[in-house]
Design a protein around this ligand. Structure first.
Ligand SMILES: [Zn+2]
Ligand SMILES: [Zn+2]
Length: 261
């Protein structure tokens, strides 16, 4: 039980981060009616209940941060006679809810949302630390958010969209990496979550290594560029920093850096 209680977004009034983002995405980005959003969310609540009864998840569908696990869960549901019957009685609202959530989690059509990404920049409660049974404390990071970050940027390096990589087998898109502009282990210094769209940047592998291991001066220039691109979005997400403050915070964090790729 300790594990569950320590999971992200589990505090009473705070709903899970991915649920908040999903609702915003449907309403403000995809322009779905609030009635339909409610239907989808109800469907996902029922799916959560169903999966918990089968001991397939511990908490809620929104706590699943691995895309592959989400796909597996859908496959399991579609082969489950009880679920299929339930879905049929409910006019297939359950599969519609799950499929829309998967579309969101996969970052489908995120590339076209570029200019509307601001709709998703909202302050989120800070990331919870994992239970103290771990020797080293890790902050939980969402793999779903990472994947969506790449889709948002349309798989182009945010330092220079012309940077070339190779095609990744998993996505059949140019291989890119997601980078936290403000390292996640600095969460303790902030009131709001650092694992948010505004703090995630899509970088080509060379730029990503460079921003972690490059010359101090080069890294500072990269920080300035990221700052220019992101400070307004960060501020809307409850993270307000000046340009030098931002660069200093990240650059003077050297020792911890390598393990936070
Ligand atoms: Zn990084
Ligand atoms: Zn690059």
């Amino acid at each position: 039980m300790e594990v569950i209680e320590n999971m992200r977004g589990k505090s009473e009034k705070d709903e899970p981060l991915l649920k908040t983002y999903f609702k915003r995405y449907l309403l403000d980005v995809r322009g779905v009616s609030s009635r339909t959003v409610k239907h989808y969310c109800d469907a996902l609540n029922n799916i959560t209940r169903h999966l918990k009864e089968k001991h397939l998840i511990r908490d809620s569908i929104y706590e699943v941060t691995d895309l592959k696990v989400l796909h597996d869960l859908r496959d399991i549901l579609l082969q489950d006679a009880d679920f299929v019957a339930l879905d049929r009685r409910g006019n297939r609202m359950y599969t519609a809810g799950f499929n829309n959530y998967l579309r969101f989690a996969e970052g489908q059509s995120f590339a076209e949302l570029h200019d509307r990404a601001g709709a998703l920049d909202i302050p989120m409660p800070p990331i919870a630390e994992e239970p103290r049974t771990y020797e080293v404390h890790h902050f939980m990071r969402s793999d779903i958010l990472r994947g969506q970050t790449l889709a948002f940027a349309d798989y182009r390096c945010e330092m220079d969209g012309d940077h070339k990589t190779f095609i990744a087998e998993r996505t059949h898109k140019p291989y890119m990496e997601s980078h936290h502009a403000i390292p996640i282990h600095l969460q303790g210094k902030f009131e709001h979550s650092l694992d948010i769209y505004a703090n995630l940047v899509c970088l080509c592998p060379i730029c990503h290594r460079k921003i972690h291991y490059g010359l101090m001066d080069d890294r500072r220039l990269m920080m300035y560029e990221i700052y220019e691109k992101r400070h307004e979005r960060l501020s809307r997400s409850g993270i307000t920093l000046g340009k030098e403050e931002f660069a200093d915070l990240v650059l003077h964090d050297g020792a911890d850096y390598a393990r936070h790729l």
